[in-house]
Design a protein around this ligand. Structure first.
Ligand code: DP6
Length: 359
């Protein structure tokens, strides 16, 4: 597929109005996307677990209009929201070539998250994928030809990517790869469900998100990705991501949890190392992030456990562990890690199957 293949050519513009609703989850990368080229093309491949509980629910109501400008209003958790509009405006500008009906309708976007707004959990992956899926449902209702499910999902992921790169990995579950590579079926243009074998050790894998810092991010992802231009370690980092993805593919098939832990933690620390060694440089971890990491390492050594951590571009810690350790690790989190979270706050989640249409 090339980008031009996603341009909608013929559609029925007689439809006056309609409404659709989708819920779409967040995802957590195991091999990180960090650095992008023009048009939201990633510098390196990434793979993520799709989550279940952390999601965005978006209803899109569309009404035919005469004027040819973009027209939309946004409601977040029931209240009119102006703050989200610029990001959606940019999204519309990036995708209009592929969904030309954008200018034919007025859109009412009503959206909410299952996780608290000020939790420091990025809602761009779940939010942009939910909106992209809603637009695909509009496309389906206007389309003069049948839109096959595979094409629907592929294009939803393609559009979501243009909103926020990691959002393209939120359409499906349970593992999604984005970015061309030698090890898996892949594309730079959209996320693809991981096509390799997955050992039962990874079934219902758990992710408990420790909310260390609920504040605004110190560096937006967009700024962060730009710091990879001219970064002294960029080429080595991109090559390492390919290598880690190849290794992870083997690990996912064999169920080798010890190697899984090493790859995932190294990826998280490398992501932060990239930020610490860019110009300007940033430290996004907080003292409590390090407290938690050290506690996890101690617990793992003392309990013969396979619990590990990963990080996004922020201070919060994702604690990953197999389902059969759920009871013991949750106890450990409550007793020893919750004290390092803001107001003791954490969110329990697990690997999920992807977005869902609400009828
Ligand atoms: C650190 O997808 O938020 O979470 O494409 O600029 O919207 P934009 O960036 P975004 O970057 C996420 C980066 C990451 C790692 C990852 O999810 O792979």
């Amino acid at each position: 597929m090339i980008a031009e293949d996603f341009i909608l050519k013929n559609y029925n513009s007689n439809i006056e109005r309609g409404a659709v609703k989708w819920e779409s989850p967040s995802n957590i990368a195991l091999v990180k996307y960090w650095g992008k080229k023009k048009n939201q093309i990633p510098e390196n491949p990434s793979i993520s677990f799709t989550l279940s509980n952390c999601k965005t629910i978006t209803k899109l109501t569309y009404t035919k209009k005469e004027s040819k400008n973009f027209s939309f209003e946004v409601y977040f958790e029931g209240e009119k929201n102006e703050a989200f509009k610029p990001k959606i405006q940019t999204f519309f500008e990036r995708i209009e070539e592929y969904v030309p009906f954008l200018r034919d309708y007025h859109f009412k976007i009503e959206t909410s998250n299952t996780f608290p707004h000020s939790s420091g959990i990025a809602s761009s992956a779940s939010g942009m994928s939910a909106l992209a899926l809603c637009l695909m449902s509009v496309e389906r209702s206007l389309s003069v030809v049948e839109v096959a499910d595979k094409v629907f999902k592929q294009k939803a992921s393609f559009l979501a990517r243009l909103g926020s790169g990691s959002a393209c990995r939120s359409i499906e579950g349970e593992l999604v790869v984005w970015g061309q590579n030698e090890s898996t079926e892949s594309s730079d243009l959209y996320g693809i469900k991981f096509d390799g074998e997955v050992h039962p050790n990874f079934k219902d894998y758990q992710d408990t998100i420790l909310l260390v810092d609920k504040g605004e991010k110190q560096v937006s992802s967009t700024v962060g990705h730009k710091l990879m231009f001219g970064h002294p370690f960029a080429e080595q980092r991109f090559a390492q991501a390919h290598d880690n993805l190849a290794k992870l593919k083997t690990v996912l098939a064999s169920g080798d949890l010890q190697t899984f832990v090493k790859i995932v933690e190294s990826e998280a620390l490398t992501l932060h190392a990239m930020m610490m060694t860019s110009m300007p440089y940033f430290i996004l971890m907080k003292p409590n992030t390090l407290e938690i990491i050290n506690k996890i390492w101690k617990y793992r050594a003392e309990n013969d456990s396979n619990v590990c951590f990963t990080l996004d571009a922020g201070a919060n810690v994702h604690v990953l562990y197999p389902e059969n350790e759920k009871e013991s690790v949750l106890k450990f989190i409550k007793n020893e890690l919750a004290e390092f979270c803001q107001n003791g706050h954490f969110i329990t989640d697990f690997i999920g199957k992807g977005a869902q249409l609400h009828n």
